[in-house]
Design a binder for this molecule. Sequence first.
Ligand code: GCO
Length: 453
Amino acid sequence: MKKQEESFLKASDFGENFTWGVSTAAYQIEGGHDSDGKGQSIWDKYTENPKMIQNGDNANISCDFYNKYKEDILLMKSMNIDNYRFSISWARVLPNGVGTVNDKGLQFYNDVINFCLAQEITPWITLYHWDLPHALEQKGGWTNRTIVRWFSEFTTLCAKTFGDRVKHWMVLNEPMVFTGAGYFLGVHAPGKKGLKNFLPATHHAVLCQAEGGRILRKLIPNAQIGTTFSCSQIDPYRENKRDKKTAIKVDALLNRLFIEPTLGLGYPTNDAPILKRLRPFIQPTDMVDCKFDFDFIGIQNYTREKVKYNLLVPHIRAKIIKASKRNVKTTLMDWEVYPPSIYKMIKKYSDYPQIKKIIITENGATFKDKVENGGIVDTDRLNFLQHYLNQVLKAKNEGLNIHGYFVWTFTDNFEWAEGYFPRFGLVHIDFNTLKRTIKESGKWLTNFLSNKN
Ligand code: GCO
């Protein structure tokens, strides 16, 4: 019964004004890592050490979107996709992060934008998807408060150059992940560790988020301005008091830390007292300056986490119980497949009355794709998308504040520290020949999107 319902899922069920699209990020797809005057980013630098990335991979070439963008945008068009979210590589347009502008870098994004528009695909720009110019990292990167000035210069350049044609913007991609993985755990670029890096990086990202929003609003008439957050349902591992309290704390850290100061609610220090240690970094007008009334909030959901109290984990006293230890269905990255999580996250963000509009700016999964008679069979991904979309529809039908959905991601690409092993694409890439092949899931989406109203 359930199966039948899902196979009958239609885009038109979500209403005519629902936005459908796909999402990508510059470093994960572009390649051209030193082409035409591009500067080095922290990811170019980080991947120079093969030990940091599974299989020693890097994204020097990746999908070669830098040279193949027309092919990919035409393929998108053929798949009925009419909104495309991509990010700007800061070091491609400002090789040193600030100062000298690389006109060829700007030209590349102008070409991508113009080609999208010619195909009637609406471009959605993410300003920052994790690839900070290395030159700025050498000055402390996100831990240096001057980043607010550097980021303003980058934002102003992008707004002035692309804002005549691009009206949909996102300031940051998942600040929790780039500060947590990059400046606390040291498992993403730039590989820094500890609270002494994480806390200033967090506060400065919160300030940049709002400042970026203000600059875009000032410079681009009629822009829809958003920013994006990772979020996962957090449940206690055991139904005891300590695990329940731990779940509330982890939820505050992973799901509320970046949105609440933006909404004017301050940092969630009551539920996560460790955040009191942000105080030394907060200057007198900061909590006003970190507010901005975004036109939409992008939420990015993949899974849920179960957590338990653990005295041995410094600072946080919490431990995530891996999905592989919980006897649940998982993706190749050991993320639990748990469709109700996306519904709960839409509900959670809908409960903030200050949020005007929610869009799912990423959802997707990695599984082992099978090559059969030249076709790519990815039934698990297809089921994943259908089940998650069903939950989005449930939220929509209940009147929750949800207005769009972007799949992560269009083609297979470079999955950060996991390299090329996990494939998330609707389109398969043979990384030897760079040949693109639409997977079963991509064919399903094409058909699904043919029925938007
Ligand atoms: C994000 C990510 C993407 C990842 C995706 C799968 O914005 O969430 O960083 O870049 O590739 O989430 O892990």
